[in-house]
Write a protein that binds this ligand. Structure first.
Ligand code: NCD
Length: 312
């Protein structure tokens, strides 16, 4: 297949076709073999990738940097912009233009929705959205979808529970979009009333021919689910911290609650676990992939994306 991703921006899942996602997945599998056989190669030698993270990050930042370096690219790494000219008042437009001048790809995380898209209007190089406020986190969704597809071979008819802060969680917004590109999923959106999935996402699910239902009680659904995707209540999006305190541990998936889950199910989380929403006793459960496949697939998939965006 022709590489239609060359020089493309990845700011939303919406802009990717199913064929493009399949191309990314095939390349991610190649990257897995490459890393396992020799750690990487030099195919991006001579290229420089800039990461500009206006919000905290451990995994996304580190795995993008690892991905770039495993393919021989150089990196300009800003994990937090407080030591850049942003602190002196430089505009976002100038910051983006300056960083692009030195590099071949810009990876941006920002607290405000739409900022990576805005950057793509100023940038001469491809822009990757590494999370924009409560909006989207497309690369996370791609490797989460990859993890599900690799495990089950399909997404069709899977019962997928997305649990927690579905209102503010950008990972679940993008994940819903990417799973429904792949097939007809039966979603269960598990959230307290204050944190329900936004209507526009639910409307998209229906338009794409997938099904969803909304419940508040997690224990009602655990036995039927193929995937339980837990999320953190997004403290930084709350203006009322008392409300956050009331909601932060609304769901705790522990061994007891997981005991009636299917043997072949997946327990997923984008991480970080911040309020014990998955009990640490489940870290070593064979169904848990948040400290294993999700992490390694994240790096393989980001290697794949950099390769496809930067080389014809
Ligand atoms: C997520 C994020 O930043 O949206 N983290 C990540 O990138 N793995 C999830 C979260 O912070 O809750």
């Amino acid at each position: 297949m022709k590489n239609t991703l060359f020089a493309k921006d990845i700011v939303t899942i919406d802009s990717l076709s199913k064929a493009e996602i399949e191309l990314i997945f095939a390349k991610a599998s190649e990257m897995k073999s490459l890393v396992k056989s020799k750690g990487g190669d030099q195919r991006l030698s001579g290229k420089i990738i800039t990461a500009a993270f206006f919000e905290p990050s451990t995994r996304t930042f580190s795995s993008f940097l690892a991905a770039a370096q495993r393919l021989g690219a150089g990196v300009i790494a800003h994990n937090g912009m407080q030591n850049t000219s942003v602190a002196k008042g430089e505009s976002y437009e100038h910051t983006v233009k300056v960083l692009c001048h030195y590099s071949d790809c810009l990876i941006i995380r920002h607290p405000q929705p739409g900022k990576p898209k805005e950057a793509s209007e100023y940038a001469q190089v491809p822009v990757i959205n590494a999370g924009d406020g409560i909006n989207e986190h497309p690369t996370q969704a791609l490797f989460d979808t990859y993890t599900v597809v690799k495990h089950f071979g399909t997404v069709d008819k899977l019962n997928v529970a997305l649990v927690g802060d579905l209102k503010n969680g950008r990972t679940v917004h993008s994940l819903t979009k990417s799973l429904t590109k792949f097939g007809k999923v039966n979603f269960v959106f598990v959230a307290p009333d204050q944190l329900r999935m936004p209507k526009y996402i639910k409307d998209e699910v229906s338009q794409k021919g997938s099904l969803y239902k909304e419940v508040e009680n997690l224990s009602e659904v655990t036995s039927r689910c193929d995937v339980i995707y837990m999320t953190r209540v997004q403290k930084e999006r709350f203006t009322d911290l008392a409300e956050y305190e009331r909601l932060k541990d609304f769901y705790i998936l522990d061994r007891k609650l997981a005991s009636n889950m299917k043997k072949n199910a997946l327990i997923m989380h984008p991480l970080p676990i911040a309020a014990g929403e998955i009990a640490s006793e489940l870290d070593s459960d064979p169904r848990s992939v948040y400290l294993s496949d999700q992490l390694s697939n994240g790096m393989y998939l980001r290697m794949a994306l950099l390769d496809l965006l930067l080389r014809k």
